[in-house]
Ligand binder design. Structure first.
Ligand code: NAP
Ligand code: MG
Length: 483
């Protein structure tokens, strides 16, 4: 076979052979170009499935954040805020098309940097990324219809911070509406998964955006704090843990600066006796094992009506054994690698505690690869409400099962949480769907399906799951000032 210069074992391990061109080391993307690499401020980005080094990435402090904010401010004042809205739209359409053209490469890189199965990055994440840009590109010159009889103005410079579970998709959720509304942006990806955002920076350059409209600055919590604390940033958008969300709220208190927070979740997935059980099992599997359970809206609490609890649990256990855990780049893989070591340790600590508490635990029994970070699909049967594994977000492939007798009890249990992001219900009866979806306090509720996303649908939580909505018409609100 002829040798492909782009493919080395390091960059495209078998069986996925789509070439991914990566630099050895990345600077920050500021004012339309990559900054020079400062060797003393580099951090590794590794493949969690193999431990292999993918690239070195720069670590921002306050100075780099400041440079990026200044660049965003300059171009906002000089041109971006004055550009005809239809022109703004054209840049976004161009970027959306470039994402589509490069979608396979982006999918492979997303799976390499973050460990998610290629089937998910290829069929879910990246198509949704493009769809978000197309969708908000369409709004750019129609804001007067989104907000009739109001004067609509952008905020100015938006500071955006995202987590590691859907790296490029979260970047799209943040960038697309902000830019469509006429803001400029400084985006900080998560330290574990910076590579697709840096690849996106190359596409931003290729799309010809005026320098400074999109700035991508990599780094950890220090960079995030500097962005939140910068007094020349007009709006903050954060997706991540409830804990850091609260810190950001404190930091912004009294500044008058608007912010949106998309935080954690502990969704109830409610299965009634009259549900199509085999389909429900597929929904449950998707709800908790999709993306290794690193999903804010994961169906991590299963509430089953007593009459079918035994049967459903048996079916689920059987199905769990058939799931393929392993190489994220293999198209048959169902469950990829845990995104990072601290997260794996966190999941293990939850399971250890559940074991010590004497809870009944079952897993799929798969053989796990030797290198990398892995966790089998796991269920906790009959988990009592008092356990941490029922109350807290595990953010891994671990499902806590509880039972209920009546619809009212199901709703009461579903709402017995400090979170309120999502939920699901499976039943044959429309009346039960109506009862549950109108009584469970959650931003998103699915009926007879789970984890379905669309750029036209608003997404966001109640209670400690955050404030504000992303997606759809609602997703424009955080990025405009209305007079
Ligand atoms: P995280 O620890 O809160 O980090 C999120 C982002 O904030 C990262 O970029 C992080 O940088 C940065 N950061 C850390 N400390 C900061 C600080 N003090 N000030 C400003 N920024 C700071 O969350 P994660 O562990 O990456 O992601 C998992 C969490 O995200 C889960 O709780 C999940 O439910 C939530 N999530 C919510 C949604 C939603 O839409 N509701 C979507 C996806 C994920 P580092 O990467 O360097 O830590
Ligand atoms: Mg990585």
């Amino acid at each position: 076979m002829e040798e492909n210069p782009f493919i080395s074992e390091k960059y495209a391990p078998a069986p996925e052979s789509t070439p991914v061109a990566l630099k050895e080391a990345y600077g920050h993307f500021i004012n339309g170009e990559f900054t020079e690499v400062d060797e003393s401020k580099l951090r590794e980005s590794r493949n969690p499935a193999s431990g292999k080094l993918l690239a070195m990435v720069s670590e921002a402090g306050g100075d780099e954040i400041d440079l990026a904010v200044q660049a965003a401010r300059r171009v906002y004042e000089k041109s971006w805020s004055r550009l005809a809205p239809s022109e703004r739209g054209k840049y976004l359409f161009r970027l959306a098309r470039l994402i589509q053209e490069r979608s396979r490469e982006l999918a492979v890189l997303e799976s390499m940097d973050g460990g998610k199965p290629i089937r998910e990055s290829r069929d879910v994440d990246i198509p949704l990324v493009a769809a978000h840009f197309f969708y908000y590109a369409g709004w750019a010159d129609k804001l007067e219809y989104a907000f009739p009889n109001r004067k609509v103005r952008p905020h100015g410079v938006a500071g955006q911070i995202i987590p590691w579970n859907f790296p490029l998709l979260m970047a799209a959720w943040k960038l697309a509406p902000a830019l469509a509304c006429g803001n400029t942006v400084v985006l900080k990806p998560a330290e574990f998964t910076p590579l697709t955002a840096l690849k996106l920076a190359e596409l931003v350059e290729e799309a010809g955006f005026p320098p400074g409209v999109v700035n991508i600055v990599t780094g950890g919590g220090t960079a995030g704090r500097a962005l939140v604390g910068h007094d020349n940033v007009d709006k903050i958008a954060f997706t991540g843990s409830t804990e850091v969300g609260k810190q950001i709220q404190k930091a912004l208190a009294g500044t008058g600066r608007p912010y949106t927070l998309e935080l954690g979740g502990k969704a109830a997935h409610i299965i009634f006796e009259d549900a199509a059980l085999d389909q429900a099992v597929e929904g449950i599997v998707n709800g908790i094992f999709f993306n290794q359970g690193h999903v804010c809206c994961a169906g991590s609490r299963l509430l089953v009506q007593e009459g079918v609890a035994g049967e459903l649990t048996r079916k689920l256990e059987h199905r769990m054994k058939t799931l393929i855990v392993g190489d994220p780049l293999d198209k048959n893989t169902d469950i990829g690698a845990i995104n990072n070591e601290p997260q794996l340790n966190k999941i293990r600590a939850f399971l250890e505690e559940a074991r010590e508490q004497g809870l009944e635990i079952a897993d799929g029994g798969q053989e796990l690869p030797e290198e990398g970070f892995w966790c089998r699909p796991t269920i906790i049967k009959n988990a009592p409400q008092s356990c941490r594994i029922v109350r807290e977000e595990v953010f891994g492939p671990v499902l806590a099962i509880q039972t209920f007798r009546t619809p009212a009890e199901a709703v009461e249990k579903a709402n017995n949480t400090r979170y309120g992001l999502s939920g699901g219900v499976w039943t044959d009866k429309g009346s039960k769907i109506f009862k549950v979806t109108s009584s469970v306090q959650a931003g998103v509720l699915w009926a007879n399906t789970f984890n379905k996303f669309d750029p036209t649908a608003p997404f966001g939580g109640f209670k400690e799951s955050g404030m504000g909505r992303e997606g759809g018409l609602h997703g424009l609100h955080p990025y405009v000032r209305l007079d």
